[in-house]
Write a protein that binds this ligand. Structure first.
Ligand code: PLP
Length: 386
């Protein structure tokens, strides 16, 4: 049933979540059953087997579709499972063009899983659409775009990339994990599929690993539904429930993430211990104007290049008390990490340098704590550097 609103605040709380018909329970029941009784052979009521479909998962999938303004949503056991399930639409001999600054696990799927299956990928800096155009071959079957990127927070033009994909009649997939549907709606900008690691902002509480694909294209939806069931990398009903619960506060959380990140990015940019701040909300960011056009807010992620050595960056991170030193992002709690030593350690040092991932680079996921507490924590980090 459709929710009588197009506002994301209302959709986040109600989309896909009619009161349960058996008891009119207001919160979505967690239906753990792996199988569903049939009154006659071959005529299930609606669900047959929970890999193929499950009521709690269906509620989440409808909600995710509504948030992205798409017709079809699919939930997966992780963002990586969503990505690989989608990439199974490709065949040996096919070619992919991807951004050069994609999530490490996505790069690994292209490089270590697809390449041996004879699906090749060209990685390009998508800030220049002519480079993407030059990378397209007659075998290119998909364009993969992540924006804003991780950890450099580059912003790519979804509309321009969509025009390019449409001219070749190939799908454009956008990893919308860093922005969330509250700040960016790729389908409205011409993308064919949106991918999410729901582990991050969508669940928002760092207690679920999950993923999603959303599309409005009937043909792609049919393929994805087939692959979701055939491959079976589906989330548990318990995890679906937790993500649905997290989504209820997604719009409120995102506004606060943006507000605090803006404030901290401004203060960091003015700090003498900082060589560079990468945050699309700063006027100094090279993609600031595009971010303003394409997004309703610059997000809650900041990368800071500390003016110092690797050892000083270690001391900065070790002294943090409110920020937790950990991988991942998008939770209510603030996290700090060192891309070169942690999330991006598997990328060869020369490639890291080329991307700007220096030894002084620290990535912050700005949480919902008091912004002055966060600032005091960072100041203690600077003090520990010298
Ligand atoms: C975390 C992440 C993924 C992978 O998702 P998992 O849930 O960890 O498998 C993909 N893309 C981005 C941008 C991410 O941050």
């Amino acid at each position: 049933m459709s929710t009588p609103s197009s506002s994301i605040d209302t959709l986040a709380i109600h989309a896909g979540q009619e009161p349960d018909p058996s008891h009119l329970a207001v919160m979505q029941p967690i239906v753990l059953s792996s199988t569903f009784a049939q009154r006659e052979p071959g005529s299930p009521l609606k669900f047959e087997y929970s890999r193929s479909g499950n009521p709690t998962r269906e509620a989440l999938e409808s909600c995710l579709a509504a948030l992205e303004g798409g017709r079809f949503g699919f939930a997966f056991a992780s963002g990586s499972a969503a990505t690989l399930s989608l990439l199974h639409t490709l065949r040996p001999g096919d070619h992919v063009v991807s951004g050069d600054d994609v999530y490490g696990g996505t790069f690994r799927l292209f490089d270590k899983v697809l390449k041996p299956m004879n699906v090749s990928t060209t990685f390009v800096d998508m800030r220049d659409p002519s480079r993407v155009e030059a990378a397209l071959t007659s075998e290119t079957r998909l364009i993969w775009l992540e924006t804003p990127t991780n950890p450099m927070l580059k912003v790519f033009d979804i509309g321009k990339m969509s025009a390019l994909a449409k001219s070749r009649r190939i799908p454009l997939v956008v990893d919308n994990t860093f922005a969330s549907p509250v700040l960016q709606r790729p389908l409205q900008l011409g993308a064919d599929v949106v991918m999410h690691s729901t582990t991050k902002y969508i669940n928002g509480h760092s207690d679920v690993v999950g993923g999603a694909l959303i599309t409005s294209d009937e043909g792609l939806a049919e393929r994805i539904a087939f692959l979701q069931n055939a491959i079976g990398a589906v989330p548990s009903p318990m995890d679906c429930y937790l993500v649905l619960r997290g989504i209820k506060t997604l719009p409120v959380r995102m506004r606060r993430h943006v507000e605090s990140a803006r404030e901290l990015a401004g203060r960091l940019a003015a700090h003498p211990g900082v060589a560079a701040v990468h945050y699309p909300g700063l006027k100094s960011h090279p993609d600031h104007a595009l971010a303003q056009r394409q997004m309703s807010g610059p997000g809650g992620m900041i990368s800071v290049d500390l003016a110092g050595t690797l050892e000083q960056a270690r001391r900065f991170l070790a002294s943090l008390r409110v920020f937790t030193l950990a991988e991942s992002l998008g939770g209510v709690e603030s996290l700090a990490e060192h891309p070169a030593l942690m999330t991006h350690a598997s990328i060869p040092a020369e490639s890291r340098q080329a991307l700007g991932i220096s030894d002084g680079l620290v990535r912050l996921s700005v949480g919902l704590e008091d912004v002055d507490d966060l600032w005091r924590d960072l100041q203690a980090g600077f003090a520990a550097m010298s």
